[in-house]
Design a protein around this ligand. Structure first.
Ligand SMILES: Cc1ncc(COP(=O)(O)O)c(C=O)c1O
Length: 438
């Protein structure tokens, strides 16, 4: 085939011809975005309440991101971590002082899975370095939750509590135990002499928008003290303002009477507002009672971990611009207020297809009533899951949402979404659900 013919191929054809088939893609290609809006290649406009699965935290192509890209892009794009990187240090300072508000140190990478791999290595190194205080036993096991999602690397799929991500990739990285989310007894029973850490999401995203209970945090905290282990939070999807606070656990614990702070945290997704960046923070917990004992944030010393692209000047400048904009607008307040409005409005519908509403802030899960949707002939003929069918119908009507599992439709709009945009999304969603309910 000659070059002229090649250039005439449409996106669908080129996608199926040249790209690996590892994604189940909806039949649409977007070519432009601005704020809460996306346009596809035919010029059709959509209200985007998926935002690249919680990535575009400031909406599409926000001016502060464009400015950071062009200013830093004209100054210095990449610089190896063999050297000091001013922009990276400034971003780490923001994470420590503004997001965590606790002393600690930060490591930068490029994605959520990489951030969780870094947490896994941190936990193993902690278990190794504290062996002396643990009868010489180097601990390496990590307890995570059923239905969790921690990424697609070998570490990420081992940590993830969903069989579907593991199938075909044996042998799995050893050392992971999964307990039912919010099951305090199971969490307690899963901790043994080789447990180095507990890792969970304050709000499970891919698993269907489940919020961790205050009792679960309290139990994890007790186990930390009883067994000298780490409690680590995966904030990749729920962190950085989305739930109504900088940190998902802060919102999950409001009014719960539990005083909780994690030992280590991972972030990605909304951190760069669309530019790839991930990070972990580790606190200053001493590894032993000795006066000069090393601290947790020091266990990944020189040569223990790294990433060529982690925290480049460009990624760091964009990340800082995003976090500063979230802080400037106190966008977690918008997330909380509009999240509350959405829940109030949808509860008022008493819609037969909505069995339950879950989540915090602008992490909203509409749990579909599977038996009611099964009454719809169009759905039965589609061969899709209930969530994929509703998301497809929403897309046809001009609203982008994201399935979470078989029966949850997820909204993850930008943190700066407006009242009018929320009103419009609610109107579209109600129309589509009404049509499906017949
Ligand atoms: C909670 C959580 N952790 C980790 C990941 C993996 O992130 P990434 O796709 O950037 O590797 C995801 C992605 O959905 C996530 O939701």
């Amino acid at each position: 085939m000659n070059a002229a013919n090649e250039s005439e191929l449409d996106t669908a054809e080129m996608t199926s011809r040249y790209l690996m088939g590892n994604y189940g893609r909806f039949p649409v290609a977007f070519s432009r975005g601005e704020g809460a809006w996306l346009w596809d290649e035919t010029g059709k406009r959509y209200l985007d309440f998926g935002m690249g699965i919680a990535v575009c935290s400031l909406g599409h192509c926000h001016p502060v991101i464009r400015r950071a890209l062009s200013e830093q892009g004209g100054k210095l794009i990449h610089c190896s971590n063999l050297y000091r990187v001013r922009e990276q240090a400034e971003l780490a300072r923001f994470v420590v002082e503004k997001v965590m508000r606790r002393p600690g140190r930060v490591f930068f990478c490029n994605s959520g899975a990489e951030a969780n791999d870094a947490l896994i290595k941190l936990a193993r190194k902690f278990g190794h370095d504290t062996a002396g205080a643990n009868d010489g036993v180097a601990r390496h096991e990590i307890v995570t939750c059923v239905n969790s999602f921690h990424g697609r690397t070998l570490g990420g799929i081992a940590a993830t509590g969903q069989e579907k991500v593991k199938t075909g990739f044996d042998p799995a990285l050893p050392g992971f135990t999964h307990v039912p989310f919010n099951d305090c007894g199971a969490l307690r029973a899963a901790v043994g002499p080789r447990t180095a850490a507990i890792l969970f999401e304050a709000v499970q995203g891919e698993g269907g928008i489940h919020v961790a209970s205050p009792e679960f945090f309290r139990t994890a905290d007790e186990l930390r003290r009883e067994h000298n282990l780490l409690v680590m939070m995966d904030e990749v999807q729920c962190g950085l303002g989305r739930t109504g606070d900088w940190c998902g656990w802060e919102t999950a614990l409001r009014g719960g009477g539990v005083d909780f702070a994690p030992d280590a945290v991972s972030w990605a997704k909304g951190f760069g507002g669309g530019f790839p960046i991930g990070a972990i923070w580790a606190g200053e917990r001493p590894l032993s009672g000795e006066p000069d004992a090393p601290r947790l944030c020091e266990v990944l010393g020189p040569g223990t971990h790294g990433s060529t692209f982690g925290g480049t000047p460009l990624a760091s400048a964009v990340g800082l611009a995003v976090l500063e904009e979230i802080a400037r607008g106190e966008l977690w307040r918008n997330a909380e207020r509009l999240g509350r409005d959405i829940r109030e409005a949808v509860r008022g519908w008493r819609h037969p297809l909505v069995a339950e509403l879950r989540g915090l802030g602008l992490m909203v899960g509409f749990v579909l009533d599977e038996s009611r949707i099964a009454e719809n002939a169009d759905f039965r003929a589609s061969g899709r899951t209930p969530a994929a069918h509703v998301v497809t119908k929403l897309m046809e009507a001009g609203l982008i949402a994201v399935p979470a599992g078989q029966r949850v439709v997820r909204w993850l709009p930008a943190l700066n979404v407006s009242d009018d945009e929320v009103g419009e999304a609610l109107a579209i969603q109600r129309r589509v659900l009404d049509a499906l309910a017949g």
